[in-house]
Design a protein around this ligand. Structure first.
Ligand code: NIG
Ligand code: FE
Length: 405
């Protein structure tokens, strides 16, 4: 794989583009940063003589942001797919020793290099579709050395692929088998040993918990949040996916960046999220795979002004998805988001869910150059087609990372 640093620079004047509203658009990139944007007939003299990248009328959007993934893991779980097709529920599979814990076994058995190679292959699919920033959670190690291994791989992926990666420590994803019946002991380990150690190694950008009947209780979730707060690390939550646990309101009290899944979110939870400016992350891939029928409360979220992001939730159990555009399509078709909502959901609101709103999710002066040129006439086509990859060119971290003009 060629080193990211050797890819061509995107510096220069990008002309003959169209923005989301179909208006003619141009972008000047200087030293990898966006130095100017505007109409092609109003280019300031300072940029007029810069080398040109002719866009050929391509639609341009900000680089996409995938704000919820479990990208680093060993093995795969196609056998559980078959079990569910034969009638078992996700909870039944988990209770029968499958589910997250089976990925834990495979992840613990894998070396750091093996995890890096398998995650790299998956990451390449997302990047080729225009993803410029991604969140990667731990949570398939569930022991210090194995959680460390996952998070170190996430950091290596960022450097090797020239992509912004936000790491999230999800030590409280499931109870590891060696702690069966000792949930409190495990949460103590997460809070007192694992989180402080991984934080000291610079591996933790945020902390997440799976708050659910088959995972951790509200009280256990709060204990993890308190430990994160003591280290000034932002929190987020897998909340109300299978039942209403009151997790979203708790997370909002801790100023959570986001609450994710939220199919069973209550009005109290929505109000708390609105007050705390917490992003709602919608994960239609998991909803689809689990053949869920309980829709997240989209209309109430919209009415309360809660920003809605859309993500792949890539993981081997409930969402083996490697297309963020397909998730935008599903968010429209299954959840009834409007197309502009879905596009905001994979750009600016997703950036906010990661605390990256000042650098990602918009094409604006002073930001690093992350943008995508598409072979499309109309921005609505981004959510309309599925199974296609209409990317012409990806500019990531100021370099022409995929395709060309
Ligand atoms: O986001 N909900 C919990 N965690 C993952 C599923 C993980 C798994 O089944 O491996 C999710 O859907
Ligand atoms: Fe998840």
């Amino acid at each position: 794989m060629p080193s990211f640093d050797t890819l061509p620079s995107a510096d220069g004047l990008w002309t003959d583009l169209r923005d989301r509203d179909g208006q003619p658009f141009a972008i000047a990139v200087v030293d990898g940063q966006i130095a100017w944007t505007g109409a092609p007939d109003a280019v300031p003299a300072a940029h007029a003589a810069a080398p040109r990248h002719a866009g050929g009328g391509a639609l341009v959007t900000p680089g996409l942001v995938d704000c919820h993934t479990h990208l680093v893991y060993g093995g795969q779980r196609a056998n559980e797919f078959a079990m569910r097709l034969a009638g078992a529920s996700y909870e039944e599979v988990a209770r029968a020793g499958g589910g997250i814990v089976s990925s834990v076994r495979a992840t613990r058995a894998a070396s750091e290099d093996e995890l890096f190679d398998s995650a790299s292959a998956r990451l390449r699919s997302l990047l080729a579709e225009g993803v410029c920033a991604i969140e990667i959670k731990s949570g398939y190690g569930l022991a210090l050395e194995h959680e460390r291994k996952q998070l170190r791989v996430a950091r290596r992926l960022a450097a090797a692929h020239g992509v912004t990666v936000r790491t999230t420590f999800l030590g409280a994803h499931a109870l590891p088998p060696e702690y069966a019946g000792r949930s409190q002991d495990y949460i103590d380990l997460v809070c007192r040993e694992m989180l402080p150690a991984l934080h000291a190694e610079g591996l933790v950008d945020a902390v997440d918990v799976f708050c659910e009947r088959i995972a951790f209780s509200l009280a256990e979730t709060e204990q993890v949040f308190r430990a994160a707060q003591a280290l000034s690390i932002p929190v987020k939550l897998h909340a109300e996916q299978l039942s209403d646990m009151g997790g979203a309101a708790l997370a909002a009290r801790y100023g959570a960046l986001s609450c994710d899944h939220i199919e069973h979110l209550s009005q109290d939870g929505i109000d708390a999220m609105a007050a705390a400016d917490t992003v709602a992350v919608l994960l239609p891939g998991a909803y689809y795979t689990l053949r869920d029928t309980h829709l997240p409360p989209i209309a109430a979220l919209r009415a309360a002004g809660v920003p809605m992001a859309v993500s792949t939730d890539h993981n081997p159990g409930t969402s083996p998805a490697l297309s963020l555009l397909l998730m935008a399509n599903m968010a429209c078709t299954l959840f009834r988001l409007t197309v502009p909502e879905a596009l905001d959901g994979i750009t600016r609101h997703a950036a906010r869910a990661l605390g990256l709103q000042d650098t990602h999710g918009a094409i604006a002066v002073g930001r690093p150059a992350h943008f995508v040129l598409w072979d499309l006439k109309d921005a609505a086509e981004l959510a309309y087609w599925f199974g296609q990859r209409p990317v012409r060119c990806v500019v990531r971290q100021g370099r022409i990372a995929d395709g060309s003009v």
